[in-house]
Design a binder for this molecule. Structure first.
Ligand code: 5AD
Ligand code: FES
Length: 346
């Protein structure tokens, strides 16, 4: 049964919702992981793209029930980097050899479109590829960032179960999230999305729908993160039991359905398992996003507890990740890592 589904997936990259659920239920996922690893090797090769992550503000106007920087969390120690600090961190990212920086923050009103565009233009001058991960905005704002030089945008759908989405993200609308992703596609961004795995009330059917949604859009990148309960959120009493393995399965199936996209080995995976990112890289992933935020800001950007590397420097993470990647016979790709570059031989 499993073998038949995997053969079909490897040959056609098409699966039904039921077939995906069967794979997610599998108690012997080794064959699934091996199929994903083969597909990754065949379509995107052994290179791993690094993206330097700058977490520039943890102010957020939203109140997502799972997130440690939700606005109602009065225990979060808020910080906001100045535009000059952000640009300086981007400069250092170049020195570490990163070709892309990901600018991530909560939905912070301080960073108006004008302020963001100014930062984007300055970083663009350094010659970096820019990925934004700053949440839901109006079409005009997305258009102005693009105009200023932004290349990619990350906006996870989190879950495609509309009722669950609206329950866990009070005050937010699922329709608006879809609208944002659609706008970003139409504006010509490389679009990254993704979902959380293990949310209370989430079913295997809805996880399968998430993957079919990424395939329909289609995304250029998608990150799968295990849900890790944060003690200062309403979901504090949940557990993360089983979320690591289920996330690995989700990533592996995603590689089979979208064979040439970029899939990150997420930081949350390594928070749940000491070898989490390496295992992810061997189950379909081909991207790592090392943190380049400096000083004590890192520990304040606490989306979930136990986040790795919060006491480390950008230099430490750079060296650490290179060693890890090489230890599994892979290498850091020197290309800029746009979706499809590998196939085009770039
Ligand atoms: N556990 C894991 N990931 C989380 N995120 C937010 N809160 C948590 C949590 N408790 C993820 C969301 C968001 C990304 C930046 O961090 O998926 O899109
Ligand atoms: Fe930060 Fe390993 S990646 S210490």
């Amino acid at each position: 049964m499993i073998d038949k589904i995997l053969t079909k997936a490897e040959q056609t990259h098409v699966l039904t919702q039921q077939e995906i659920v069967t794979l997610l239920q599998s108690t012997q996922p080794t064959v699934l992981f091996a199929a994903a690893d083969r597909t990754r090797q065949k379509y995107v090769g052994d290179g791993v793209y690094l993206r330097g992550l700058i977490e520039f503000s943890n102010y957020c106007k939203n109140d997502c029930m799972y997130c440690g920087i939700r606005k109602s969390n009065t225990r979060a120690q808020r910080y906001r980097l100045s535009p000059a600090q952000i640009v300086e961190m981007a400069r250092k990212a170049v020195d570490y050899g990163y070709k892309t920086v990901v600018l991530q923050s909560g939905e912070d009103g301080f960073f108006s479109a004008d302020v963001m565009c100014d930062i984007i233009r300055q970083i663009k001058k350094i010659g970096l590829v820019i990925t934004l991960s700053i949440g839901e905005k109006k079409l005009e704002e997305y258009a102005s960032y693009k105009q200023a030089g932004a290349d990619r945008y990350l906006l996870r759908i989190e879950t495609t179960d509309k009722a669950l989405y609206e329950k866990l993200d009070p005050g937010m609308s699922f329709e608006n999230r879809l609208r944002c992703l659609q706008d970003l596609k139409e504006l010509g961004y490389e679009v990254g999305s993704g979902s959380l795995v293990g949310l209370p009330g989430q079913t295997l059917e809805s996880l399968a729908e998430d993957l079919l949604f990424f395939q329909r859009l289609p995304v250029d990148m998608a990150g799968i993160g295990p849900f890790i309960p944060h003690p200062d959120t309403p979901l504090f009493s949940e557990t993360a039991n089983g979320h690591f393995e289920l996330s690995l399965k989700m990533m592996a199936i995603m590689r089979l359905l979208l064979p040439d996209i970029n899939i990150p080995a997420t930081t949350a995976m390594e928070t749940l398992h000491p070898q989490g990112r390496l295992l992810a890289l061997q189950c379909g992933a081909n991207v790592v996003m090392p943190n380049v935020t400096e000083g004590n800001y890192r520990q304040k950007y606490e989306l979930y507890p136990g986040k790795i590397c919060t006491g480390d420097t950008p230099a430490k993470c750079r060296a650490c990740i290179e060693g890890k990647i090489q230890s599994i016979g892979r290498h850091i790709s020197q290309s800029r890592g746009f979706h499809g570059d590998y196939l085009k031989g770039k």
